[in-house]
Design a binder for this molecule. Sequence first.
Ligand SMILES: Nc1ncnc2c1ncn2[C@@H]1O[C@H](COP(=O)(O)OP(=O)(O)OP(=O)(O)O)[C@@H](O)[C@H]1O
Length: 253
Amino acid sequence: MQKTIITVQDLYKNYGNFEAVKGISFDVKEGEIFGLLGPNGAGKSTTLEIIETLRDKASGKITVDGLDLDISPNEIKKIIGVQLQTSGYYPGLNLVELIHLFAGLYNEHVDPMQLLDSVNLRDKAKNKFKELSGGQKQRFSIATTLINKPKIIFLDEPTTGLDPQARRNLWDLIRDIRSKGTTVIITTHYMDEAEVLCDRVAIIDSGKIIALSTPDQLIDDLVATGFERPKEVKQANLEDVFIHLTGKHLREE
Ligand SMILES: Nc1ncnc2c1ncn2[C@@H]1O[C@H](COP(=O)(O)OP(=O)(O)OP(=O)(O)O)[C@@H](O)[C@H]1O
């Protein structure tokens, strides 16, 4: 049995009179990639930010690695990795300097080149954040979540706006991080991404979880209702063409 690392029980959150999260409960297992899916405004980011200790909840109980969020938020902060908003990267510093800065804030010793290597950014060590492409920015921002050697990282739409290769490259990076034992919680609007990447997904709609299982099981359940997808006439799609023509491998994005 996999250990449970996050428990969310009956979580509620309102912004004034508006109820954004309406009684959400779920568990995340240690070492899994857990996806939160749902339409715009469903309450995904709100839920993540509450678990990340960045936002207050109205009610509910949250435990992260045995720590109660109401009692030990600072202990929780130490074992999680959260992506910064891009505005958080001091414009005057290069990537190595930024890593030194963040490592200092966490009181951690980190080898910047090793960390940059792990996200394929060694070549950009002396560049500023604003000089990176979209995919490179995402990889750097994921690298910064690893500085405090967290048990869990939270990725909010990490592949939005990336080209097909950069997305695949990021999937490999996320799988690689998980293979080292880190639990990953991710939100995404790309169902193909959730299907290949996530061990389990929760689908949230209007502040409630309406389904939670493995992607395979959710698909099987739908098929069992008699649902049938219109037959694909072609053996490939335009994304296949794009990847075939431009190559699968990491390139200078
Ligand atoms: N600071 C805030 N003040 C008021 N309402 C907010 C605030 N933050 C979020 N909301 C509202 O709460 C609801 C849930 O927002 P949230 O950002 O959690 O959704 P989401 O599922 O992450 O959406 P998206 O996919 O668009 O990122 C939305 O209706 C949003 O307008």
